[in-house]
Write a protein that binds this ligand. Sequence first.
Ligand code: ADP
Length: 244
Amino acid sequence: MISITDLHKQFAQLKVLRGISLNVAKGKVVVIIGPSGSGKTTLLRCLNALEVPTSGSVQIGDVRLDFSKKVERSSLPSLRKQTGMVFQSYNLFPHMTALENVMEGPVTVKKISKEKAKEKASSLLVKVGLGDKLDHYPAQLSGGQQQRVGIARALAMDPQVMLFDEPTSALDPELVGEVLKVMKELAQEGMTMVVVTHEMGFAREVADEVIFMDQGIIVEHGTPQQLFTQPREERTRQFLQHLK
Ligand code: ADP
């Protein structure tokens, strides 16, 4: 479902991604861990062309862009359409209700009728446990509820893969669980997911594969069991030690 080959990203002189290659099969959940500044967010942003990689290729579903050649700006949305992204800060439209926030993409981008979009948005909000909050504005919702609206909003675009960038980092601890629960359910339904998170419990329980990144490269990857209990690399060991 996802195939990344020798991906590089440089900001001016700063080499942030230095040759990332990764394949994710359909229905798999990959969790990316690593120290701050190691390039995790940049990698996710390259996957949906929010950042344009310096070189290398990204394929998601049947869309493949080779950034080692000249890529027309007009072809970037084709990659973006394959992905749904959930950010640390939920970025909901404050003047729209939960329902309107979820309807917005399908109506304006996909040109789906308001009636259909409303039906779909309602069922997605029910799915994330917010069936009773359809008409609430973001300010009337807790952080955890807002983030669940964020997940429903991403799902409304029918993405092939879901990308999560530290989706629970901004939440009070007591609200983290409800968001992770929705993500876990999504994984169980067979959604292909790439998740940057510090929630090692989630990684242990839900990930098919865990990737440890440092300084723009994949230092090590393996099953949660392997990576957490028998890391091969010293750098991984040190990072995990630090978390304890
Ligand atoms: P992580 O998610 O692992 O914390 P990031 O991908 O956010 O790492 O950042 C990796 C490095 O890239 C950092 O040094 C950061 O300052 C730099 N960086 C990220 N985005 C930009 C940008 N738009 N312009 C310049 N430098 C950036």
